[in-house]
Design a protein around this ligand. Structure first.
Ligand code: AAO
Length: 467
């Protein structure tokens, strides 16, 4: 449950937040496969409660496990997994199994939630914990046995509940997913969760997975070091989303810390061991929190992502958002409340309300960087003792960063001599570099210049991207 099953020369998960299955299938074929993305985290595929004005968060209020949402139905879902797997891109489903909806009403599949009854699962009042509210994160019983923001809290000790969840997840495996994000895993007892995860079947070999492949699982356990819930209490079950990483990297590239301190980035910062950690700069929750770095502060955001992707730590995930002005604002939709498709502009960026960070050159070229350097070690760490750093990944890649001030220095690149095209400021087109060209001398050194007025505060060179 620790292997994301990326195919060869593919890496990094992209969260295509609130996209339809049809649009994801197209994105796998027209973009993701060509840029080396390893997989897609999709929005929850099961039926959710319809809320007024259709905020994005209605998808975290399950009504049944029928695959009927605004993203599409079961047929669309299967079409997506087949098309994406065919081009080497995996699908990971966001699974909401801790709770059901908070209130009563009708779901996106026409099923009802009524006073603790969910007839189409079926669940009844006896399948839930008490109606107490989670109001004390220092009390594990409160965190795991009460309701998160009023959401009816499933009791996973009940065999019927765990049977239904296993059935739902197995159904998604039959349909070709490679794994799951488990929403609100922090609010489930590790022992209960483990029992459920152990019972889930192996991946479906019809979709190209090797026999006996276990689903990749990453648990949403928010542990930033201030509460009794520990991410490490869950790592024997599956990988865990490392929120300390997100907090620290956001703080760092927001300019509140010195880049030089990144020299021992990883477990020394209190993070989980690398192979247990799914890491990300932001996600759909964090980007809505005050002061957390996200697409709107694009220069800093791109630097944070570039650092994450250049550094060997963790299994990396990038966010792909829609534009928003208020917390609850729903995804781009038409007057009938159907989801809109992203429009693809000639320069590869998105329109129609989608941000598509994964289509920003500085981000997709760093996905390529991560693929090419593979497991080459981090070497030749350099810093000016303050806000400027550089390092190599074996003799395959080199990056340099500066925050606040101009960087002008002769740095060791570890690359063979030649003329390299910086993959942050441009691309190699017809043997010409559309961005900065950097000459590596015989001794592996290069004159690096990043001005504070430059569009980006990073330079990245790859061994095979030469003029
Ligand atoms: C909506 C309305 C509610 C209403 C409810 C029911 O907004 O007002 O009561 O419906 O009608 C999403 C939305 C919710 C939405 C919900 C259902 O975010 O606003 O509620 O759908 O529609 C906790 C959980 C974590 C959860 C997070 C949001 O531990 O699992 O809250 N994330 C997931 C999803 C999320 C989704 C759900 C779960 C529910 O990703 O999108 O909710 O399915 C501390 C705790 C964390 C806690 C946060 C927030 O974190 O440690 O465990 O997360 O607070 O309460 C610093 C600290 C850090 C702290 C953080 C707080 O960084 O270091 O520890 O600040 O920001």
């Amino acid at each position: 449950q620790y292997d994301p099953h990326f195919s060869n020369q593919h890496n990094v998960i992209v969260q295509l937040f609130e996209w339809t299955w049809k649009d994801i299938a197209e994105e796998c074929e027209r973009f993701l496969q060509h840029h080396g993305y390893g997989g897609v985290q999709i929005s929850p595929p099961n039926e959710n409660l319809i809320l007024t004005n259709r905020p994005w968060y209605e998808r975290y209020q399950p009504v049944s496990y029928a695959l009927k949402t605004r993203s599409g139905n079961e047929e669309n879902f299967k079409n997506m997994t087949r098309r994406c797997n065919n081009v080497g891109v995996r699908i990971y489903a966001d699974t909401v199994i801790n709770h059901m909806s908070a209130s009563d009403g009708v779901g996106t599949g026409g099923n009802s939630a009524n006073n603790g009854y969910y007839p189409s699962v079926p669940y009844g009042p006896g399948d839930f914990h008490d109606t107490c509210a989670i109001n004390n994160y220092n009390d594990l019983n409160n965190v795991r046995n009460c309701q998160l923001v009023g959401l009816r809290d499933l009791n996973h000790q009940k065999k019927h509940v765990s049977d239904k969840i296993v059935e739902y997840m197995n159904h998604l495996i039959d349909l070709g997913v490679a794994g799951f994000r488990v929403d609100a895993a922090k609010h489930m007892w590790p022992a209960d969760l483990k029992q459920i995860m152990l019972r889930i079947k192996d991946l479906n070999t019809e979709f190209g997975f090797k026999p006996h492949s276990r689903p990749f699982i990453y648990l949403e356990v928010i542990d930033t070091g201030t509460e009794p819930t520990k991410a490490s209490d869950y790592k024997h079950i599956a990988t865990v989303m490392e929120f300390k990483f997100s907090k620290k990297i956001s703080n760092m590239f927001n300019g509140n810390d010195k880049l030089t301190y990144l020299s021992n980035w990883g477990t020394s910062w209190g993070f989980l061991d690398s192979n247990f950690a799914v890491v990300f700069v932001d996600n759909h929750d964090l980007q809505r929190e005050d002061n957390h770095l996200h697409y709107k502060d694009s220069k800093r955001y791109k630097m944070a992502n570039a650092f994450m992707l250049a550094h060997p730590y963790g299994i990396a995930k990038v966010m792909s958002s829609f534009h928003f002005n208020s917390h609850g604002q729903g995804p781009p939709m038409d007057s009938n409340e159907n989801l809109l498709s992203p429009k693809i502009n000639p320069d590869n960026t998105c329109g129609n309300g989608y941000v598509c960070e994964h289509r920003w050159r500085q981000i997709y070229n760093m996905v390529k960087f991560r693929n090419i350097v593979g497991d080459a070690p981090l070497t030749n760490w350099w810093s000016n003792g303050d806000q400027q750093i550089s390092f190599c990944r074996g003799n395959k890649g080199f990056v340099a960063f500066t925050q606040w001030l101009d960087l002008k220095a002769k740095l060791q690149t570890c690359l063979p001599p030649g003329q390299y095209c910086d993959i942050i400021s441009g691309d190699l087109k017809n043997n010409k570099c559309t961005g900065k060209t950097i000459t590596v001398k015989k001794d592996g050194k290069a004159s690096i210049s990043i001005l504070s007025s430059d569009e980006d505060g990073v330079i990245a060179l790859l061994k095979n991207v030469k003029v």
